[in-house]
Design a binder for this molecule. Structure first.
Ligand SMILES: CC(C)(COP(=O)(O)OP(=O)(O)OC[C@H]1O[C@@H](n2cnc3c(N)ncnc32)[C@H](O)[C@@H]1OP(=O)(O)O)[C@@H](O)C(=O)NCCC(=O)NCCS
Length: 340
């Protein structure tokens, strides 16, 4: 291991400005190499994400690696809950200036005891840029490549708004809301969300939640606590009054010019009528009427999910990056790391 390297837990709430700036420099350098499609991260963007971790993935814990007192590497671990409570969603990032010196491996070694202490049995990572140092590192540690995901972006300035035609197929009507699902729809909305179980997830350990009205309400409350604005559009089947399809988007307070597209699902009996495209187009229309300053919307889709990818392309999204997800059984990883 690199002489003088120290790895320890990191609490952003009581971190020094020097450490926070070091953390930012690592994130920025990774972005420049692995995510050149994104607008350059600012220091405030990175602080904002530390203050507003992703919602719905459980508690998050951080580690940093310091060399000569300067932060040169980090780990971000979300301890997923419920159906996915066996997973530690683990991201390790090392500044390119000091890669291939064992720092990434040392950070992972520091994380592993906490994964074990919290009852995890699987270490999983979702967003490694295909062909990057991260993919090669994961392969060298015998992580299994289990899923490929496309990152697609709709860049609003210059986009052709004619693509967002939202003519509603006969037999359906649209409803929409910000924040809270209307009470008359919540049960059927939860049932429709379970159509996400049909989305291809490859060999991921992650399992889509089993949605109920209570879980929908709990998620809404968590988003509110984190000042995240949630917008949803659904297609309601006229003759039954049931939600046939839904799409959701989050607006995060620290990155006000980006929309994060979340779940889109059409339940099986209602597929093939163009509902997915219609509800997504309507969401974009509605959002831009209120937020003409929005710069872009990001969405991730399984590489094998041809229908969703095509719908996104029809709406003007382009693929900006391919990412791989990897995982490894924790006990196997512990044994592997003992040899390093
Ligand atoms: C992945 C990452 C954290 C690795 O950090 P690192 O400090 O360079 O990793 P290590 O020095 O511990 O690498 C250990 C071994 O992995 C393999 N490895 C790491 N990077 C590699 C590369 N670019 N090409 C080939 N093998 C590589 C090597 O076998 C290496 O041992 P060696 O240098 O003795 O040959 C770093 O590349 C990174 O920050 N990438 C961006 C973020 C990311 O994709 N993380 C992925 C996992 S969450």
């Amino acid at each position: 291991m690199t002489a003088g390297l120290e790895v320890e837990r990191f609490d952003p709430a009581c971190a020094t400005e020097g450490d926070l700036r070091g953390y930012y420099r690592v994130m920025l350098a990774r972005q420049e190499i692995d995510r050149p499609d994104e607008p350059r991260l600012t220091y405030e963007d990175v602080l904002g994400r530390l203050e507003n971790p992703f919602v719905g993935f459980g508690p998050v814990v951080y580690w940093v690696a310091r060399l000569g007192g300067e932060v040169v590497g980090l780990a971000i671990v979300y301890f997923l809950e419920e159906e996915s409570g066996h997973i530690g969603l683990t991201e390790v990032i090392v500044h390119p200036r000091v890669r291939r010196r064992g720092i990434g491996t040392a950070v992972l070694k520091a994380v592993v005891p906490e994964l074990r202490a919290r009852g995890r049995t699987l270490v999983e990572t979702w967003q490694i840029t295909k062909g990057s140092d991260g993919e090669r590192w994961a392969r060298s540690l015998n992580f299994r490549s289990v899923h490929t995901v496309l990152m697609q972006a709709l860049v609003i300035p210059g986009a052709d708004s004619a693509l967002w035609q939202d003519d509603v197929p006969a037999g359906y009507r649209l409803r929409r809301w910000a924040g809270v699902v209307p009470e008359d729809l919540v049960t059927s909305f939860a049932a429709a969300r379970n159509a996400m179980h049909d989305a291809p997830l490859g060999g991921l350990g992650y399992e889509e939640p089993e949605w109920t009205a209570e879980r929908v309400r709990a998620r809404e409350a968590e988003l509110r606590r984190n000042n995240i604005e949630l917008r949803a559009v659904v297609a309601v089947h006229e003759s039954t009054g049931e939600v046939a399809g839904l799409t959701e988007l989050e607006l995060h307070p620290h990155r006000p010019f980006w929309g994060f597209q979340r779940d889109t699902a059409v339940s099986a009996p209602h597929r093939g009528h163009g509902l997915g495209r219609c509800i997504k187009a309507h969401l974009i229309h509605w959002l831009l009427a209120d937020r003409p300053d929005l710069d872009r919307i990001y969405t991730t889709t399984g590489a094998g999910n041809e229908h969703m990818i095509r719908v996104n392309e029809q709406l003007g999204f382009t693929t900006v990056r391919t990412m791989v997800a990897v995982n490894r059984d924790l006990a196997e990883l512990e044994a592997e790391l003992r040899t390093r």
